[in-house]
Ligand binder design. Structure first.
Ligand SMILES: [Zn+2]
Length: 417
């Protein structure tokens, strides 16, 4: 057992995921200690009280610094090879994302590099990003496939996710995203590729997973629902087929055009709907009335140099669950830091520091279906928490671009930055 004591303020996020106005309540307690045993939190309370209750246990002095739950990053494309710095330069010269994609760039450029890479390269390049995210306070990260689109490469990506997770300390939550793009010159185009996904790829992925990770639940199934990629009816088919096979759904919705992806997510009971930049008020209301978490990715418009962000205040006002994620990927936003995402969310979407923190911890845990295990500092939860360099958690968003995480506890193990 170990006692982390002399915590200036502990942002517990106790009481489960937060909807709407409840996001402003971070469960802050002052002069706190957190008691951990093995991988789990076994007590939380006043610092003196805890030291009195457990007089003979190992003590670690937090030295008057703030403690928050480990960040959960619920949307990343962690596993890829190479970079697209050239496209960044093209964009600065005025080309749009869709123009770059039409010219064979975008996702398809990373697809070519990732298809050619062996497992070792894929793991080592991705592991470096996982380690950077961990040092910046991300203790659990969702990671998608989708840079293969053929079975062989998608399975290699899943294998890389399993290996990086096994290596730790960052914990990964896998998502299958065979519906990330349409392979160039695919015979029959979107309709034929959608058929193949439903009839071949999803069943084969289930089989692969059950052979390679039988003890783990199936990955999520995610679709890039966007004009010119997977339209709303394609998306519905792929997600419904996945649900039939036991995959829970996520979708990329309304990033560039509002196709009604947010309403579809609510309708089919998706775990999350992500991006939501062009979402209409009607769709926001339907989403907010459901259990689906709205995941905002402010790093993406920022990375693209765009001015339009998720209508986060409207989602909160409508009583929805809002989460934040990096969308870490080589095309639009290569950033591993959830601290930066929170700072960005406060400035561009007018979240308060407490709302940004809830969106990055307990609500983000719900966006990957793990709200009962991670995302808050409560008895029985996994001991994933961060000791900040500062006594006041608001510095996380007030300051930006530097790392304010001094120590990371993952499953009760201490890692000092
Ligand atoms: Zn994405």
């Amino acid at each position: 057992m170990k006692i982390l004591h002399n915590i200036s303020e502990c942002l517990t996020m106790a009481g489960g995921p937060r909807r709407g106005s409840a996001m402003a309540q971070p469960g802050l307690i002052r002069d706190t200690a957190v008691v951990m045993e093995g991988e789990v939190i076994v007590d939380v309370g006043g610092s003196d009280e805890m030291l009195g209750r457990y007089p003979n246990e190992e003590r670690i002095d937090a030295a008057g610094r703030a403690v928050v739950p480990g960040f959960v990053d619920p949307h990343t494309h962690l596993v890829w090879v190479g970079d697209r710095a050239n496209e960044f330069e093209m964009r600065l010269q005025g080309k749009t994302y869709m123009e770059i994609m039409a010219a064979g760039g975008g996702i398809l450029a990373t697809l070519t590099a990732t298809r050619q890479a062996d497992l070792e390269t894929l793991v080592s390049e991705s592991q470096a990003r996982a380690e950077r995210a961990f040092s910046y306070g991300t203790t659990t990260m969702e990671a998608k496939t989708g840079y293969g689109l053929d079975l062989e490469t998608e399975f290699r990506q899943l294998e890389a996710i399993l290996l990086i997770d096994q290596q730790g300390p960052l914990e990964l939550v896998p998502t299958y995203m065979g519906a990330h793009a349409i392979p160039k010159d695919y015979p029959g185009g979107t309709a034929a590729f959608t058929d193949w996904l439903c009839e071949v790829a999803l069943p084969e992925t289930k089989k692969w997973w059950q052979e390679h990770a039988p003890e783990k639940p199936l990955p999520f199934n995610d679709v890039f629902c966007e004009q010119g990629v997977f339209e709303i009816e394609d998306t519905r088919r792929i997600l419904q087929r996945g649900e039939e096979l036991g995959f829970r759904s996520k979708l990329h919705a309304d990033e560039f055009v509002n196709l009604g992806g947010a309403s579809l997510a609510a309708e089919i009971g998706a775990v999350s709907a992500d991006h939501l930049v062009k979402t209409s008020l009607e769709d926001i209301k339907r989403l907010a009335a459901s259990e689906t978490v709205a995941v905002s990715l402010p790093g993406t418009p920022f990375g693209l140099g765009q001015q339009e962000y998720t209508p986060a205040r409207a989602i909160i006002d409508a009583g929805g669950y809002l989460a934040l994620a990096t969308d870490l990927n080589p095309g639009t936003t290569w950033n591993e830091s959830m601290q930066f995402i929170q700072a960005l969310a406060c400035r561009t979407m007018k979240l308060t520091p407490a709302e940004a923190l809830a969106a990055s911890t307990i609500n983000a845990a719900k966006a990957v279906g793990l709200e009962d295990k991670i995302g808050s500092i409560e008895v029985g939860k996994q001991a994933d928490l961060l000791v900040l360099e500062v006594p006041d958690y608001r510095h996380l968003t007030y300051r930006y671009g530097t790392n304010l995480v001094a120590e990371v506890y993952k499953k009760g193990v201490r890692y000092v930055n």
